[in-house]
Design a binder for this molecule. Structure first.
Ligand code: MN
Length: 232
């Protein structure tokens, strides 16, 4: 039996050093996972359990290394923020994964931007409403290629940074994550059964801020390079 219309094409991004692509299933994001960012958002940096939100897989916009990708400024918003993040790409599924085995489930790592309509998010917070329109809008997840852990190793430390028009806005170190990547995977896998193709945006450091049309965001994480995205 066919389909009543053509199914949407699979969302997939290139894998560095391979002709194969990484098919994206779900995008999970961790909120407030760097202390100084929790503080700048007006929260007590005490270690509360991690919390998660999601973006649809087709929010991914692939950004090729050496090229400048495009982020389309969403209508209806006047305050849209960058959030530079390290992304863990799941290659082996599981539930109730123990933290000490969690890295066995990671296929690789990528650069990601958790683009956020801060104005809509602030309103959602105030009204106790969900964050979907603030976080899961079209094109809200610029993503670089996947670097296999077999090539680059597992990332637990190293610089994470972002500039806008060559001015530094965010700089921290992956070691500053409140919930490490193994701990995040362990916790998330108690809420959802993880599957190959899942991406986890691990949280942004301090220094988030607004972008405007024409701005060029450049972000990087030590060990997996950098990427550039222009606001259009
Ligand atoms: Mn984020």
């Amino acid at each position: 039996m066919g389909y009543v219309f053509a199914p949407a094409p699979a969302v997939a991004v290139p894998v560095v050093g391979s002709d194969d692509r990484f098919p994206v299933r779900r995008i999970y994001c961790v909120g407030r996972n760097y202390e100084a960012h929790a503080r700048e958002m007006g929260h007590d940096p005490d270690r509360e359990p991690p919390f998660f939100f999601a973006k649809p897989a087709d929010a991914v916009v692939y950004v090729a290394p050496g090229e400048t990708g495009a982020f389309h400024y969403p209508s209806l918003s006047k305050n849209v923020h960058y959030e530079m993040e390290l992304v863990a790409a799941i290659g082996k599924g599981g539930k109730d994964i123990a933290a000490e085995h969690a890295l066995d489930h990671v296929y690789g790592y990528a650069l990601g931007l958790d683009m956020t309509r801060r104005d809509l998010q602030a309103e959602s917070k105030k009204l106790g409403r969900p964050w979907d329109t603030a976080k899961g809008f079209d094109g809200s997840a610029p993503l670089g290629p996947i670097h296999p852990a077999s090539e680059v190793g597992h990332i637990s430390e190293g610089a994470i940074w972002l500039t806008v028009n060559d001015e530094e806005k965010q700089r921290s170190d992956v070691s500053q994550l409140i919930w490490s990547i193994p701990e995040t995977i362990a916790y998330l896998s108690t809420l959802f059964e993880l599957q190959p193709g899942d991406l986890i945006f691990t949280g942004t450091p301090e220094g988030v801020g607004a972008i405007a049309n024409g701005d060029v965001m450049k972000g990087g994480v030590a060990g997996i390079g950098e990427f550039s995205v222009r606001v259009v």
